[in-house]
Design a protein around this ligand. Structure first.
Ligand code: COA
Length: 347
């Protein structure tokens, strides 16, 4: 199957309607708009209402990506998430059912903020091996279900949302081709990003300490590891595709913090005006952040543009890949689609 490549065919994104501004957070937390903006670049984020789950957002983003790709069937569904609708079972089978996909294989991938690239790697391998011709890859997280709203160090950073892409088999040289996906993990840092209780090691009990019930992060350590891991992985992915950084048009990295994105760009030689950013509007949406950023900025990419994608997250885990932007085939978004179109990027 060496004459096959995996090609991006469609994309979509969904985010809750509720916009939570930095000023609103000033009312409930010991924080300021100035601190959040200067330390993270985030101005606002979306919070899901109590009736909206990760799966609900994943279905909407997945439907948009399939519509954009012009397909009504796919051969499998992979959902990257840290906030599945239930501890058991996985959320992907329910999402596939909601999308009318019958009994196609559907499974979740857990790699926190790197989850989308981990899921994409599996999808690409399935396409290259010939075991699937089309795969729906979704990144979706309702991080507000695990973030302590009273913890200023995390509550200001995370938002809820979903992004999705359809990957299909294509022929070498086609616009839209995905390069090798570089992946890595370092379990010696597993406690750097963690929800301590609620799993098999520490089941929830009435005596569980408050802080152990929620997402906790060692911010400064995560910051420096995110920069170095994403920069190294992106450089390797570029190298494997035979592209220099000058030949690369856009860096689409996990939307964690503008200072992290700018530092990754600097480390690999990509100027800030080529670093795609939507975290100012959506915050850190974990596994959803890369496919959301792709969908939000799709109108600004030209066919053949060269993108490098990179992510870092809990585990710790990281990944990177390259992508040429495909022809804008398929159907345009439906009137009911909620994907935001952000102002056109210029370079
Ligand atoms: N408002 C005001 N002050 C805050 C605050 C907030 N929301 N959150 C933390 N602070 C305070 C801290 O208490 C600390 O005060 P102190 O110096 O009196 O102890 C000070 O700000 C600096 O805290 P620190 O954690 O060192 O800040 P930072 O510059 O590293 O920024 C993060 C914090 C979380 C924004 C940053 O570390 C980061 O982005 N880390 C990576 C996050 C990430 O990418 N996570 C997703 C997984 S990839």
């Amino acid at each position: 199957m060496t004459d096959r490549v995996a090609v991006l065919a469609g994309w979509g994104a969904d985010a809750p309607d509720r916009i939570v501004t930095n000023s609103e957070l000033e009312n409930s937390l010991d924080t300021t708009d100035a601190w959040i903006t200067s330390r993270t670049g985030i101005h606002e984020r979306r919070w899901a209402d109590p009736g909206t789950s990760t799966g609900d957002m994943a279905v909407r983003a997945g439907r948009m990506a399939m519509r954009r790709a012009g397909v009504t069937r796919v051969d499998r569904v992979v959902l990257a998430t840290t906030t599945p609708d239930h501890t058991c079972p996985a959320t992907a089978p329910w999402v596939a059912h909601q999308l009318g996909l019958g009994t196609v294989p559907a499974y979740d991938v857990a790699a926190v903020c790197s989850g989308f690239l981990y899921a994409l790697a599996g999808a690409r391998e399935a396409v290259l091996a010939g075991s699937a011709d089309t795969v729906l890859v979704i990144g979706a997280d309702r991080f507000t279900s695990i973030v302590d709203p009273a913890d200023r160090s995390t509550a200001v950073i995370f938002g809820d949302g979903a992004g999705a892409v359809v990957i299909r088999a294509g022929t070498p040289g086609e616009a839209g081709t995905l390069g090798d996906v570089v992946l890595g993990a370092d379990g010696s840092q597993s406690d750097h990003i963690m929800v301590r209780a609620g799993g098999a090691r520490q089941p929830l009990a009435p005596s569980t300490p408050h802080g152990d019930r929620y997402f906790a992060m060692r911010g400064p350590e995560v910051f420096s590891a995110a920069v170095s891991r994403m920069a190294n992985a992106a450089a390797t992915a570029l190298d494997r595709s035979g592209w220099t950084t000058k030949e690369c048009d856009w860096l689409v990295a996990h939307q964690a913090n503008w200072r992290i994105l700018a530092a990754v760009g600097r480390a690999i030689g990509i100027d800030e005006d080529r670093v795609v950013c939507d975290l100012d509007r959506f915050g850190n949406t974990s596994a959803a952040s890369i496919p959301m950023a792709l969908a939000h900025h799709a109108a600004g990419f030209r066919t053949g543009d060269r993108l490098v994608l990179a992510a870092f997250g809990g585990g710790t885990t990281w990944g990177a890949t390259t992508l040429t932007w495909p022809e804008q085939t398929g159907r345009p978004p439906a009137a009911t689609d909620r994907t935001e179109v952000l102002p056109k990027l210029t370079r």
